[in-house]
Design a protein around this ligand. Structure first.
Ligand code: SAH
Ligand code: SF4
Ligand code: F3S
Length: 466
């Protein structure tokens, strides 16, 4: 048994992360059994779940979308905000209930919540029916833990700086778009954020192996890759022979895969060289997610974000000027400890100046082990909720306004599948990452097609084949 440790999770040394080449040799010993995989959190977790799915399939399990049919349940969790905790424990309650009827049901917990000391203690002390707990650093231990599962609960979570994994096999969600990890972990330690503790030190993958993965995806018919990292523009700084993110992007663009995206960009490390690189290549999509967090320089400083309001606005302007028709979305936190009305108005000011294409907005949530949690806060929850509502109203208005500008225009749309609401329609995304619904034949799935935008809504567009 290995339990997570917050103090160890903070450690950052120069220790070279080891590269593990996974070897896979599982007998399909659980044939005729089913797995249910549930994913919370960010794209990184969605991608990790593709690795988990691969292992389960290699063990012989088949996927079910119905919890009640499952012989094994795997929850891949997120720890970014406190409310995830209640959701996951609520879900575990359902699994426990199911286990009464199906005593052989295996219940497994992984992801960022497994890296939290308090969560694992709670599981250990109060939820003995959870069979397996694994962390973000040892997803590849899961098959062995399943094979070895006994009556006793098995917890294997490591608070290490982390390894760089190469040659990982995935069972991907899509045959059209693919996630590609370019780096693991985060060293930024924004004062509110738990990710550096749950994901470990920043470790970049080697440039050649990333490019090779993209080439293979292109060969396999993929139309789009999204390069993944908590801070993609810090890519390569930790390598023995440092490379920049724009050098990587160029190499990936030269594979000629039709569409390249990347998340997440931190405003810090966002160089002019990078902006020029994005502008230069047709297949690098003009879409940037650029988290603001707050418009108040005072709060940004307390958050440890390393940029001011003015620096953010300057960067935003430069991106808008140099990248044609770029769309920019953001993340905003309201109610950081002791955020004043004036601070909040600074945030609204930036939103009004930038008129984002979209924004994910959150109320600050205190997280275990992070420095911001120790700040005594004088702002009430009610006040924070009101600020969030005020912010959302403005944010949604700008989304709609920006979408309205596309009415009557022709946009290139990559179709991904049949719309959930209307089976005569397909859904897909513009280069700028806007969701479009179009009446079209399913043979167009996987193709990039010109679409005339007929109607704009706040969160999607309607169109017709041009
Ligand atoms: N690496 C990315 C963010 C990843 S987390 C970046 O630095 O931009 C995604 C978003 O969750 C963050 O951008 C932030 O807006 C939000 N978030 C993170 N920690 C939070 C917390 N403690 N409370 C509320 N929102 C938080
Ligand atoms: Fe969290 Fe900041 Fe790292 Fe983003 S950059 S993952 S917000 S610590
Ligand atoms: Fe959540 Fe972990 Fe991602 S905390 S946002 S799943 S890195």
């Amino acid at each position: 048994m290995h339990l997570p440790n917050l103090e160890e999770a903070k450690i950052r040394t120069d220790k070279k992360s080891e590269i593990k080449n996974n070897s896979y040799d599982f007998k399909k010993q659980f044939q005729n059994q089913k797995f249910y995989l549930k994913t919370y959190g960010c794209q990184m977790n969605v991608h990790d779940s593709e690795e988990i799915r691969k292992y389960l399939e290699m063990l012989g399990y088949q996927e079910t979308k119905t919890l009640e049919e499952a012989d094994i349940v795997v929850l891949n969790t997120c720890a970014i905000r406190e409310n995830a905790h209640d959701k996951v424990f609520g879900y575990l309650g359902r699994c426990k209930h199911l286990k009464h009827e199906k005593p052989n049901l295996l219940i497994c917990l992984g992801g960022c919540m497994s890296q939290e000391e308090s969560v694992v203690n709670e599981i250990k002390n109060k939820h003995p029916y959870v069979d397996i707990v694994f962390g973000t650093h040892n997803i590849n231990d899961l098959p062995k833990m399943i094979i070895d599962a006994k009556e006793k609960q098995n917890i294997e979570v490591y608070s290490i700086e982390g390894n760089v994994y190469e040659n990982v096999l995935y069972s991907r969600d899509s045959k059209i778009t693919a996630w590609v990890n370019i780096m693991y972990g985060c060293d930024k330690f924004c004062t509110y954020c738990i990710v550096p503790y749950t994901r470990g030190k920043q470790r970049s993958r080697r440039l050649e192996s990333i490019v090779k993965e993209v080439e293979e995806l292109k060969e396999a018919g993929y139309k789009e890759v999204t390069l993944l990292g908590q801070n993609v523009n810090a890519y390569g700084k930790d390598l023995e022979e440092p490379v920049t993110f724009s050098e990587l992007l160029e190499k990936v663009a030269e594979t000629k895969i039709p569409r390249i995206r990347f998340v997440t960009s931190h405003p810090w490390d966002f160089t002019s060289e990078l902006i020029e690189c994005i502008a230069k290549y047709e297949n690098i999509m003009p879409y940037i997610h650029l988290p603001l967090q707050s418009g108040s320089s005072r709060i940004l400083k307390l958050m440890g974000r390393r940029y001011t309001k003015e620096e953010y606005l300057k960067l935003f302007q430069e991106i808008k000027e140099k990248i044609k028709d770029v769309s920019i979305t953001t993340d905003i936190i309201v109610g950081f400890p002791n955020e004043t009305e004036e601070d909040f108005l600074e945030t609204l000011d930036v939103v009004n100046k930038c008129q984002f294409d979209g924004a994910f907005t959150f109320i600050y949530s205190p997280r275990e082990g992070t420095p911001a949690r120790l700040i005594k806060d004088s702002v009430s929850q009610k006040e924070k909720e009101e600020r969030l509502a005020r912010l959302n109203k403005i944010v949604n208005q700008y989304s709609l306004n920006n979408n309205k500008k596309l009415e009557g225009k022709i946009e290139e749309v990559l179709f991904l599948g049949v719309s959930e609401k209307d089976d005569k329609k397909l859904y897909g995304y513009t280069k700028t990452m806007k969701l479009v619904n179009v009446k079209a034949d399913s043979t167009l799935i996987g193709q990039i097609v010109p679409v005339k935008i007929t109607e704009a809504k706040s969160f999607s567009l309607d169109g017709e084949i041009a």
